[in-house]
Design a protein around this ligand. Structure first.
Ligand code: ZN
Length: 277
């Protein structure tokens, strides 16, 4: 089952993509027989209920919502209360949209701490505190470990191993992990860690590719098949652990795919999903 993450059309950042409305995205996905869509908060605004209903009326599912605020590090809201308030707003939006999964990107190392361990502990405290509210809203919180290149500013959580450990430490059924090719393609322990996680702890699988000569670690993700990731083996590891949800294409590509007509991007991603994933 294939899903679109709207970041693939540049919808995660201001000033990128061609600016299709949510209605246009829904219609184009439905026409092409996709199963679902994951949205970003910035494109939903105050229209969560309306957009969620529109998706379902088109025969699609809302797969997820990106994302909570950064919880730690230089890009997080400056106070813990600020983090909690925005976390709460993201849960409410997921609920209103009918999104079963809310992605967590943890944020980087706490300024001045020089400590991944201390930063992860702070993330764990906040996620544990918010998990019951998310459960009440019917929302799974998906901890997404990011590629270690982002450890400083965007994610102190950089391995599937640490993400599974955090799930186990929190012990809430609605705290799970998301697996993204861009972040895990290098990890030779992926299959064994996903087995350890098990089906009940894997909330999402995100597709793209890692370009061998990447020009920008944030905004130069590749289309599946254009890079060096072993896509078939990664999917086999995810599905071998029991995951049977959507394969969600999530490509940040300011210099290439975001400059193309969205219909072309969708057509290529569907073809590549069939041929190389
Ligand atoms: Zn992702």
């Amino acid at each position: 089952m294939l899903a679109l993450n709207t970041a693939t059309l540049g919808h995660n950042l201001d000033g990128h993509g061609v600016g299709w409305s949510s209605e246009q995205v829904i219609e184009a996905c439905a026409e092409r027989g996709l199963g679902g869509i994951t949205f970003w908060r910035r494109e939903i605004g105050t229209r969560a209920v309306e957009i969620g209903n529109r998706v379902r009326a088109a025969g699609l599912q809302v797969v997820g919502l990106c994302r909570t605020p950064f919880l730690t590090g230089p890009l997080a809201p400056p106070t813990r209360q600020g983090v909690i308030d925005d976390f709460r707003a993201s849960i409410a939006m997921a609920h209103d949209l009918g999104a079963p999964v809310l992605t967590i990107v943890t944020g980087g190392v706490i300024a001045g701490s020089h400590s991944i361990t201390e930063s992860l502990k702070q993330v764990q405290d906040i996620v544990a505190a918010m998990a019951p509210e998310a459960a009440d809203a019917g929302v799974v919180l998906a901890l997404e470990p990011l590629n270690p290149v982002y450890g400083g500013n965007r994610s102190c959580l950089v391995t599937v191993r640490d993400a599974v450990d955090m799930c186990e430490a929190i012990g809430a059924p609605n705290v799970q992990i998301a697996v993204d090719v861009y972040h895990v393609w290098w990890d030779t322990s992926l299959a064994s860690e996903l087995k350890r996680a098990g089906k009940h702890r894997i909330a999402g699988y995100h597709l793209c590719d890692w370009m061998a000569d990447t020009t920008d670690v944030l905004l130069d993700r590749g289309m599946m098949g254009d890079g060096v990731a072993d896509l078939e083996s990664i999917r086999a590891a995810v599905e071998g652990a029991g995951y049977d949800g959507y394969c969600e294409v999530e490509i940040f590509s300011a210099g290439n795919w975001w400059k193309r007509p969205p219909g072309e991007v969708l057509d290529v991603m569907i073809e590549r999903f069939k041929s190389v994933c």
